[in-house]
Design a protein around this ligand. Structure first.
Ligand code: Z5A
Length: 208
C-alpha cells in the first residue's frame, strides 16, 4: 500500500509547498489520481490540531507538541491517507513523520526512541515509498519566507533551532538512502523540478 505514498520534507522555505503542487500536477498529467495533503493537517480535525500547534496561546511543553503531532497524524492517516491509498490513489504529502524526527527530535531534543515508538504505534505498517528532502542552508531557506508577515510558533524559533532540524533531516537521509532522496534546494526551481521528474520516473518504472 505504501508504493504510492510520497512525502516532501525540509526546513521552512526550501520549497515544499511549491514542489508538492508541482509533483501532483506532473502525476495528473500522466493520468494518475493523486491526493495532495499536508501535515500537521489534511482533515478538518487535523487542521484544528494544526491551528493549536502553530498558534497556541500558552506554552506547549515539548511532550505535548510531540503527542499532538502524532494525534493529528493518526486522524489524517485513518480518515484521509489510508482510504486514498486503499482506493488506488497516490498520496503526495507535505511533511510526515520525518518532520517529527527533525523538529521534535533534532529541534526540541525529544528522544528518538520515543518518537520511533509512537511512529510504530501510529503507522508501523506504512512508510513512504519515497521521501524528497529539499535541503538548503538555514539562512537561504528562511530568507525566502521573510516577507510573509505574522509568524507562527515554529517560525519564531532561532537559527540554531533550524540548524538542528536541518542536521536531523540530513542524518535521516544518510541512514535511509533508498527511501530519502536529497535535492539541493538552492538550485534554480527548474533544476529542482527536473530532478523531481527523474525521481517520478524511477518510482513509476518500479510500480509498473
Ligand atoms: N512540524 C513539526 O514540528 N513536526 C511535524 O511532525 C510536522 C510539522 C508534520 C508547519 O509546517 C510547521 O509544523 C513547521 C514544522 C512543524 N514549521 N516550520 N518551520 P509547514 O510545512 O506548513 O510550514 P513551513 O515549512 O513553514 O512551510 P513554508 O514556509 O511554506 O515553506 P515551504 O513550503 O518549504 O516553501 P514554499 O512556500 O514552497 O516556498 C517559499 C518561497 O521560496 C516561495 O516564494 C517559492 O516560490 C520560493 N522557492 C521555492 N523553491 C525555490 C528555488 N529552488 N529557488 C528560489 N526560490 C524558490
Amino acid at each position: 500500500m505504501s508504493g504510492r505514498f510520497i512525502t516532501v520534507e525540509g526546513i521552512e522555505g526550501v520549497g515544499k509547498s511549491t514542489n508538492v503542487r508541482w509533483l501532483a500536477e506532473r502525476l495528473r498529467v500522466r493520468g494518475i489520481d493523486v491526493l495532495v495533503t499536508r501535515e500537521p493537517g489534511g482533515t478538518p480535525l487535523a487542521e484544528r490540531l494544526r491551528d493549536v500547534l502553530l498558534h497556541a496561546e500558552e506554552a506547549v511543553p515539548p511532550v505535548a507538541e510531540l503527542l499532538l503531532m502524532f494525534a493529528a497524524r493518526a486522524v489524517h492517516l485513518e480518515n484521509q491517507i489510508r482510504p486514498a491509498l486503499a482506493a488506488g490513489r497516490w498520496v503526495v504529502c507535505d511533511r510526515f513523520t520525518d518532520a517529527t524526527r527533525a523538529y521534535q527530535g533534532g529541534g526540541r531534543g525529544e528522544a528518538g526512541e520515543r518518537i520511533e515508538q509512537l511512529a510504530e504505534w501510529v503507522h508501523g505498517d506504512l512508510t513512504p515509498a519515497r521521501t524528497v528532502l529539499l535541503d538548503a542552508p538555514v539562512d537561504v531557506a528562511l530568507a525566502r519566507t521573510r516577507d510573509r508577515g505574522s509568524e507562527d510558533r515554529f517560525e519564531r524559533e532561532s537559527l540554531a533551532f533550524f540548524g538542528r532540524v536541518r542536521a536531523a533531516y540530513l542524518a535521516i537521509a544518510a541512514r535511509e538512502p533508498s527511501r530519502v532522496v536529497t535535492i539541493d534546494a538552492t538550485a534554480p526551481l527548474t533544476q529542482v523540478q527536473s530532478r523531481l521528474d527523474q525521481i517520478l520516473d524511477e518510482i513509476l518504472s518500479k510500480s509498473s
